[in-house]
Write a protein that binds this ligand. Structure first.
Ligand code: B12
Ligand SMILES: *[C@@H]1O[C@H](CO)[C@@H](O)[C@H](O)[C@H]1NC(C)=O
Length: 134
């Protein structure tokens, strides 16, 4: 009896959510923008399971939407480098590349200090692929 009471008390003290699985998908957006041409950016909506890396979310989007595609190369030290989006590839000779930016829900835009293989999107973020020059 004492043990049961103790266990019940301990369970009540656990923060809610601790015992539930957090695999409910949450929405994010992907915005593809070519900053070197003045054409309209394209927005895609998808869902991620909390904890997924961005590359996983991009694969899911590519599998479900024929209008979104990308390629990447494998850097020996930093992992996946985003090479092309929707057929347009960065080119070292032209100094062009796909910059990874993230618009967070408060509206500010951050530039992650990791690539698509390490960045973990959060609910309601907008992932921005910004084709630009270095
Ligand atoms: C120059 C540079 C770039 C240039 C490289 C172009 C070129 N051909 O020179 C450009 C502007 C393209 C670039 C882009 C990015 N970069 Co950068 N870059 C550097 C920097 C300052 C020097 C790299 C270098 O020339 N090394 C010397 C050469 C001889 O070695 P190398 O191995 O051949 O270098 C190659 C790799 O570094 C690769 N590379 C560069 N950046 C990145 C990022 C990722 C994620 C990958 C997989 C590969 C990669 O490009 C180099 C040339 O081929 C390093 C920091 C540093 N001081 O090392 C950051 C660094 C490697 N970059 C970084 C990041 C985060 C990015 C971006 C994700 C930034 C963003 N938010 O958009 C993007 C990549 C986006 C994508 N398309 O996937 C991080 C990687 C950390 C991590 N663990 O993921 C670093 C360590 C800087 C930092 N501390 O934040 N980058
Ligand atoms: C994208 O890159 C351009 C430069 O080419 C820069 O002016 C702009 O602020 C970047 N960010 C966004 C969200 O467009």
């Amino acid at each position: 009896m004492k043990t049961v009471l103790l266990l019940t008390t301990l369970l009540l003290l656990l923060p809610s959510g601790t015992l539930t699985r957090s695999d409910e998908p949450v929405p994010i957006e992907v915005l593809v923008k070519n900053s070197l041409l003045n054409n309209n950016p394209v927005t895609y909506r998808t869902e991620v399971v909390p904890g997924w890396i961005l590359l996983g979310a991009m694969r899911k989007l590519m599998d479900s939407d024929v209008n979104f595609k990308f390629t990447y190369s494998d850097d020996p030290h930093y992992g996946p480098f985003l090479e092309s989006v929707n057929g347009l590839a960065g080119n070292p000779e032209d100094h062009t590349y796909w910059e990874l930016l993230v618009k967070v829900p408060d509206g500010s835009i951050i530039r992650p200090n990791v690539g698509i293989g390490c960045y973990i999107p959060n609910e309601n973020e907008q992932i921005i692929f910004n084709f630009t020059k270095w």
